[in-house]
Design a protein around this ligand. Sequence first.
Ligand code: GAL
Length: 417
Amino acid sequence: MKLRAIMAVLCVTPLMLSVSRAQAAESVAVLHWWTSGGESKAVGVLKDDMTKAGYKWNDFAVAGGGGAAAMTALKTQVISGNAPSAAQIKGPLIQEWAEQDVLVPIDSVAKSENWKASLPPAIDKLMQADGHYVAAPFSVHRVNWLYINKAALDKAGGKVPTTWPEFFAVADKMKAAGITPVAMGGQSWQELTLWEDVVLSQGADFYKKAIVDLDQKTLTSPQMMQAFDTVRKIQGYFDQGRTGRDWNLATAMVIRSNAGMQFMGDWAKGEFASAGKKSGADFICAPVPGTSNAYTFNVDSFVFFKQKGRDTATPGQLAMAKEIMNPAFQEQFSFYKGSIPVRLGAPMAKSDDCAKKSYNDEQVAIDSGGYVPSLAHGMAQSDAVAGAISDVVTKFMNSNQTSQDAVNALARAAKTK
Ligand code: GAL
């Protein structure tokens, strides 16, 4: 049974609800997966702003980086007729939810605040379904980062790697100095994040052909074989304990000098900031080797669900959409989250040098065609295709499968409808 049909069956009398709502402060139920140190500080800024504006914040945080568990919880809530006021949904999934006819438009806010002129065109488009704005974007995360513990790098006597041979040279030195070279977590989205980083190092055009266009020739090319080979080689620098490890625990290994490096998007920087660590002095953010001219983007956004008895957004939903795009909010949010404001021209005075580098690299990548959507973070493909590719990468990274077999499986996965 489709979500649409289920929603029709669960329809509730409008009158009863609007009466009680008019009397009490509106409660906004918010489903998200921001539960790590930096993430909760960031979402706390929105909670505080909404509370100050007179709304009651009803928090539905579902732990689990990358959001798989949160998405399962959301489906259950919507199907049982308890859709939250807002939920963390991004990329093509915004359109998939809009097709179920369960979202409310927020055009009035988007138009009066002139979102069109304030967002990069690719992101403005993603926020809309059928010509209506249905999502509000927070910030831009760059995914293709390598975080390096400065003391570990110095102890090993290495330099920041810009190519794979340089990376393996540093990793070997760290190993020789008794440091776990690469902190890695154990969930499939983390494996897919590493894999897409390595694919990107074959060039942004290669990445686009492979991951955006799903071009069979590119997917089965010698460069793709090489990408799997490189991932296999990087695996040799993990510790033994990564099974089931959360991303922020892997980041903590780098923060506490228990490991030298981590491949992760810049939400990891929110953890360094939350632990009082400074970029440059305590840690280094560097583009993944071979990807300095490219930028895999991951834009977080909230969509707003129809509430019982009404077809239009509630005052609380409109207030939240407006606040999410408020430049001062975006600055503070990104400061905790490790991202940069998605709103063009938003202030970045409190930003560290990693955020400034992210912003500058973003502009260069947009102009040079190197600005590409992250597959691992739901920006590039439907859930079905991303899931099929993710299964291929997970199988490869958790078995002795050859690169040739993985490439063949990848080509099949890309045909998923
Ligand atoms: C990403 C999300 C980020 C961050 C990360 C780890 O998918 O876009 O905001 O939360 O997961 O949880």
